[in-house]
Design a binder for this molecule. Structure first.
Ligand code: ATP
Ligand code: MG
Length: 162
């Protein structure tokens, strides 16, 4: 059965910290989709997630390079952004399903092309709050029941609704 959990974030730093916590619940082979409008905070989330997996140095947007890879605690962290691709075949050509065999993948805008990815472990949707410029709500959705508890443990008291 699918599940979803919501977490508020009041700042980019908080989004990075939440992402770093969530990284502790990731396993090799996980494909994590980052959804949300332009500037919602998908790359900001990826920076925190990478930091949580021990990636040193800057993590920058892959909007133009499409895929960046970083050695990390779970093998390779694959960070992709498929915004500029408009065919499922182009997304499939990135080879995320093969790359993730050696680590974990974060795919910005991956929600528009799930058939071209390996099975998605979680989707993190980031929405901007209406009342404050820096307010965001992160919704974590997953389909694998036994992974929900790991996410709850990783996010802990930050969770808004269970
Ligand atoms: N709570 C927050 N969480 C994340 N980012 C925030 C937050 N508040 C403000 N921001 C700002 O919003 C911007 C988010 O930019 P970012 O590049 O992460 O978005 P994105 O979703 O990856 O955009 P794109 O669709 O262009 O790839 C940054 O300037 C960041 O500092
Ligand atoms: Mg981005």
């Amino acid at each position: 059965m699918s599940w979803s959990l919501r977490v508020p974030s009041a700042s980019p730093e908080e989004t990075r910290a939440l992402a770093a916590h969530l990284a502790s619940a990731a396993h090799p082979g996980d494909v994590i989709v980052l959804a949300g409008s332009l500037g919602a905070g998908k790359t900001t989330f990826a920076q925190g997630f990478a930091h949580g997996l021990g990636v040193r140095g800057p993590v920058t947007s892959p909007t133009f390079t499409l895929v960046r890879q970083y050695p990390c605690a779970l093998g390779q962290l694959v960070h992709a952004d498929i915004y500029r691709l408009d065919q499922l075949a182009e997304v499939a050509d990135l080879g995320i399903a093969e790359l993730v065999e050696h680590g974990v993948a974060l795919v910005e805008w991956g929600n528009v092309a799930t058939p071209a990815l390996a099975p998605v472990t979680w989707t993190i949707e980031i929405t901007k709050d209406a009342e404050s410029d820096d307010g965001r709500t992160l919704t974590v959705r997953g389909d694998v029941d036994d992974r929900r508890d790991a996410v709850v443990a990783a996010l802990g008291p930050a969770l808004e609704a269970r």
